[in-house]
Design a protein around this ligand. Structure first.
Ligand code: HEM
Length: 406
């Protein structure tokens, strides 16, 4: 079973795409990415990342180049993330290198590892999914993005953090504002401050009376014999809210987009739920929720035979890499039966997504619950909806109608 979205001719420009913002409404960009992969796989982008004074920026779009760059942390550093985003996010592990990165990453991985996600955890996730579906199931019609996929991952995540469930949507709004920092700095900074104001007293109280949640663990964690400061804990939490909510919500949204666009695929998946993990893996490749990640050359080097000077910013285009015709057969086709699907939607190398297991668990449970609860699910006829965005990608809306199962 397959579903193809042939990219249009390359009439959208990179300037339009970059100017539209991280979740901007841009036309289907995959025709342009194909052209870049073929003609200019190491594209120089003077001044694109606010780097007019330095050696500049390049964007790489081929699978092998992106994967090799992410793997090679000797030649390519992540420190640029903390230099650019640090003012808003504070120091986070995505922007650390070497031992520093390993020591800090080890503080969160146990809470997100498969072991931590067993036991009662899947039941808790399922209960949250049902609670959210309860709010709209009897209405017969809903925007599954606004009414379902938006709230669900973060409601799960606030449980892991040990915060009240009713604060999930507020957190998510702040998370979205954080993603806008390059385009709307005052909004990003205001969100970062609101999170700090909210979380500081929480961290204090969890230091006084710790429990089994992730905030308590971070609040009492030590690196090299020193406890993390409040700001370091808050920075971690800002990253996790951003990484944990924004991405999983887009993954689930794009899965539902594919199902609503292809009724035969929807019926096949409804009848055989064992296909949901395959659907998610293929959607991760086909519409990668995180479009780009960034690195910096730590010495003079080359990528695909092109000289790259020390200090050059490198925008690694995961979304384009996952549609590279050199790596994937018929890459614009969504084909859940695809056997060779080594996508890099969760990154590659030392910074490989720490929350991938959680995202896949949430996605599988959430899609199953929706199919269990809603019969005759279909797109509302005549209503437009699309997948949008550059650095994050997901549907703008998911207008659907259905009958609630008694
Ligand atoms: C579909 C969902 C997700 C996608 C597509 C995704 C994608 C990614 C990617 C591409 C990276 C690599 C960044 C880089 O190399 O610079 C990353 C890192 C990370 N992700 Fe995810 N992510 C998802 C869900 C989650 C969830 C649910 C969490 C946890 C709450 C999470 C936590 C993290 C963390 C902590 C890192 C930093 C790892 C490090 O720097 O060592 N992610 N993610």
């Amino acid at each position: 079973m397959s579903f193809s979205s042939e990219p249009p001719p390359e009439d959208v420009t990179l300037e339009e795409i970059l100017g539209a913002g991280p979740m901007g409404r841009i036309p289907n960009p995959y025709g342009l990415y194909r052209k870049l992969r073929n003609d200019d796989p190491v594209l120089r982008m003077p001044g694109a990342l606010g780097d007019d004074a330095g050696p500049g920026s390049v964007m790489i779009t081929r699978y092998d180049d992106v994967r090799d760059t992410l793997r090679d942390d000797d030649r390519f550093s992540s420190a640029i993330v903390n230099r650019t985003m640090g003012a808003v996010m504070g120091p986070t592990i995505v922007g650390m290198d070497g031992r520093d990165h390993l020591k800090h990453r080890a503080l969160v991985t146990p809470s997100l590892a498969p072991r931590a996600l067993r036991g009662d955890f899947p039941d808790l996730v399922e209960r949250i999914a049902h609670q959210i579906v309860d709010r709209f199931a009897s209405k017969g019609e809903a925007d599954l993005r606004a009414d379902y996929t938006f709230s669900y991952p973060l409601t799960v995540f606030v449980q892991i953090l040990g915060l009240p469930e009713e604060d999930a949507d507020t957190f998510h709004e702040w998370g979205i504002d954080l993603t806008l920092v390059a385009h709307d700095p005052p909004k990003g900074l205001a969100a970062a401050q609101k999170m700090l104001d909210y979380l500081e007293p929480v961290i204090q109280s969890k230091r006084d009376v710790p429990s089994d949640d992730l905030i308590s663990k971070l609040a009492s964690a030590e690196v090299d014999g020193e406890r993390l400061s409040d700001l370091e804990v808050v920075s971690f939490l800002r990253l996790l809210v951003l990484a944990g909510a924004e991405t999983t919500y887009h993954l689930m949204g794009s899965c539902l987009y594919a199902l609503l666009r292809d009724p035969a695929l929807l019926e096949r998946v409804r009848a055989d739920r064992g296909l949901i993990p395959k659907l998610m893996q293929e959607v991760l490749r086909w519409e990668s929720p995180i479009g780009t990640v960034i690195r910096e050359a730590s010495r003079d080097t080359e990528i695909a035979g092109v000289d790259v000077a020390k200090g050059t910013n490198i925008l690694c285009h995961i979304g384009s890499a996952n549609r590279d015709e050199r790596r994937f057969e018929d890459p614009n086709r969504l084909d859940i039966d695809r056997e060779d699907n080594e996508h890099i939607a969760f990154g590659f190398g030392k910074h490989y997504c720490a929350g991938s297991r959680l995202a896949l668990l949430e996605g599988e449970v959430g899609l199953n619950v929706l199919l269990d609860r809603l019969n005759d699910l279909e797109a509302v006829p005549g209503e437009a909806f699309d997948i949008i965005g550059f650095s994050f990608r997901g549907p703008d809306r998911l207008p659907a109608r259905f009958c609630a199962r008694a």
